[in-house]
Design a protein around this ligand. Sequence first.
Ligand SMILES: [Zn+2]
Length: 265
Amino acid sequence: MSDARTQLLKLVKMQELALEIQAAHAVVEDAPARIEEAESRFRERNAEYVDIKERYDAIDADRRSRSGELATLEETRKHYQDSLMQVKNQREYAAVLKEIDAAKASIGDHEDAILASMDEIESLKTELASRAEHIETERGIVEKERAEVEAAVAEATARIERATAERTEIESQLPAALVANVRRVEAGRKGLFLVKVERESCSACHVRMRPQVYQEIRQASKIHVCGSCRRYLYAEAAFTAAPVSSSAPPPENGANVEAVNGGPV
Ligand SMILES: [Zn+2]
């Protein structure tokens, strides 16, 4: 088996792996959007519930933060209350009293607000409870979709790792210049650096090749790139048919690459 044939077979495998990695990356990248889609379908189906829940969460959060502030304000008030005993003159006394009044006013505000929200909280709670069973089923649907997406991501990540390792191994067996050029073409051609020859033309850009070039591709006696799109070319017949003996000298490592139009790569 000629060097060119061996190298082409490796390129075919590398292209397969590259497309596999590309597809797996797409699975990983699409995952957040797929989860968001499931969440968005949940929100659409349960718009009324979502409104009630959001209102409940907002009031509840407000109540919690006011309760927290109340504790601090009570401490402040107590602190000033105690320091009343240590004031030395009327002016200090008035200042401390002013602080106590301010704390008391804030405490009053928070207590009023908490009290006012209590009725609504209770009625929202009842509303939420009456929908709990249905919502649990609905959340189950979302969680199932999320689990499926996460499983697909885990599988794709493992596939990327395995295919990347395999590609690295293949690349290590090829001339560095060839690998570098493959990567250049790959980056410029959306991951497709190797295509089949069909009807004596590049199957990607349909540029026709000279008969001699076509023969060399059919025999896999030389590695060629398309003169137009610069992708590497191969003919399936080269790997299925019995090797055709070639009168050409054995190609040197990676150097024996010609463009279809005859120019150097
Ligand atoms: Zn082409």
